[in-house]
Design a protein around this ligand. Sequence first.
Ligand SMILES: [Fe+2]
Ligand SMILES: [Fe+2]
Length: 141
Amino acid sequence: MVQISSSFQIESEAIDADHRHLVEIINEITQAIDDGRPEECARLVPNFVDFAKQHFAREESLLAEYAYPLLEKHRRHHHSLGDKLQTMLNLAARVAEHPPARESLRKELVYFMLDDVINEDLNFKKFLSEVDADGKKKVEK
Ligand SMILES: [Fe+2]
Ligand SMILES: [Fe+2]
């Protein structure tokens, strides 16, 4: 089971809640595979992909609101993940008949979450901790 430890929290409630939800779906998917219900991936993986895309859009608009200077770079990063999301959908379509696809799918999901979602987002954690609710840089003490 995947869990987000405190060092992987961005400390922005909306973003962390989305990340937790993505992890929940991954855990449902791996549970379905472990319990011999791989056919459920056909429903769960598209849910994951849709929610990941919504999350990227929400995160980008939040960063835009706060005028994050590296927003374009992060937007390109999100965009570059399209192929990985497509790979997951392709694997999900095959897992019921093709057992080796199950392990590939599990790995794709876990690495996607850790490397591409959380690790990359840690780049703006400090920035967000330094802006207030109006998006203004907090005065240094
Ligand atoms: Fe994120
Ligand atoms: Fe992100």
